[in-house]
Design a protein around this ligand. Sequence first.
Ligand code: AMP
Ligand code: ZN
Length: 119
Amino acid sequence: MTDCLFCRMVTGEIPADVVHETDRTLAFRDINPQASTHVLVVPKAHHPTVVALAQADPDLLGAVVRAAGEVAVQEGLATEDGVEPGYRMVANTGPAAGQTVHHVHLHVLGGRDLGWPPG
Ligand code: AMP
Ligand code: ZN
């Protein structure tokens, strides 16, 4: 999809601050970080929401979640075998949740105390 921002970042047409990559996923720093670590993890293939991805390609959803977990370890938000200090993995879905880019992405947020309930 040439009009999709994240598809264009996957192809390299728009620059991304890439922190992790696999054959099927890409992770890059959010341009407007909401925590000291704020990374977006996307499938290279275009799917609009996390639910659409789960329906179309559950194996790819698993790859995106695994990549997000590897980013958390890489960023010092978790250990290989633990979840300390911890982080938040978020998939905003639809307008009421503030989804602005309609290419599924997991936000990986950490490095500060994350309040609950979220805003
Ligand atoms: P969402 O609101 O869940 O759809 O999240 C979209 C995210 O993409 C926001 O946190 C934006 O700051 C981020 N974003 C928009 N443009 C870029 C860009 N060029 N590079 C990195 N992150 C971006
Ligand atoms: Zn896309």
